[in-house]
Design a protein around this ligand. Sequence first.
Ligand SMILES: Cc1ncc(COP(=O)(O)O)c(C=O)c1O
Length: 395
Amino acid sequence: MFETLSPAPPDPILGLGESFLADNRPGKINLSIGVFKDEQGQTPVLNCVKLAEQQLLESERTKGYLGIDGLADFNRLATELMLGGIVPPQQVAVCQTPGGTGALRVAADFLAKSLAPSRVWCSAPTWPNHGPIFESAGHEVKSYRYLSADRRTLDLEGMFDDLQQACPGDVVCLHACCHNPSGIDPTAQQWAAIAEQTASRKLMPLIDFAYQGFGDGLVEDQVGIRAMAQKHAEFLLCGSFSKNFGLYSERVGTLMVAVPQVDSANSVASRIKLAVRSNYSNPPRHGAAVVATVLSDPELRRQWEDELTGMRQRIHRMRSEFVAETKRIGCATDFSFLMDQRGMFSFSGLTPLQVDWLRTEKAIYIVGSGRINVAGITPQNLETLAAAVSEALSV
Ligand SMILES: Cc1ncc(COP(=O)(O)O)c(C=O)c1O
């Protein structure tokens, strides 16, 4: 039967990573895949993670299964980190998941199985995996405008216009901070207006929180969640520890569902477990145990916050150094707009043709949409990159 199958297209982003690895040219630069890189271009293991792992090596007594919803300490600490002071913990149904992707898929399955498949509204553009995840669970995916024509600012009016077509009960997927792929986030006032709109239309917010601490800070990055929680007694939150703990391959994430009553939290939690059981049964322990160890130890937590601040500041520094370098060499485009964006990603404004040229001529890998991972810029590749981008603009 398999003879009839033609190959599926490669993943647009992970596929580029494979081509990058196979590229033998010296000085190649990868600004495609969304992982943090340090000044040396490496994706490091955080020191606090190494220390927690040493503790776990000594203290771990079993590799027995976790419960369907994961490690209790992790769930409590993750809830405190992401929803502390916003929703009382007893009003949150929480589940440890394999990464933020796992959280999104469990959320999608939970909604489809326990309520009914509905329409999920995603920003245009959004993280390319959002659509397939919701569709796999049986939802219809629609998009709302998010960016103005020059892709440098938020198009709030366009967003509200499009959401006028949403029906009560439809799900609206929002990026809590560091919007992927644009780096453009709503201001506090815009978040308040969005919450007003979604609540008045009785939409269900599903907030994707994959970059807590990468924007302006752990608490500052909760601004959108705070605004949504003021207008919505019920919402879903999908969190990831891939980026802010550098635990990409350990697959640590969380699904939280905020509800107005403790009883509903219990029912929702049981429904989430049902969705997990028939999927991966129960989550992996190690990464969640690392996160729980760091968050519960004041010294390790302090160290984590320092390391996270270091990552955030490095990204910010690379933004401003890229802007300064392109200015210095007289680049045709003023890239100052990058300074208004948050997180690892930005739309550079490069066209698919220019992106193609940079890859074939200069071994610089950028996603076709022109999205760049700012964290891939280092002091060593900055000048080469700025010169190549400047040249690409005149191709
Ligand atoms: C917006 C967004 N959501 C979710 C995820 C998934 O994260 P994870 O690697 O934890 O599955 C990512 C990862 O790139 C992302 O950018």
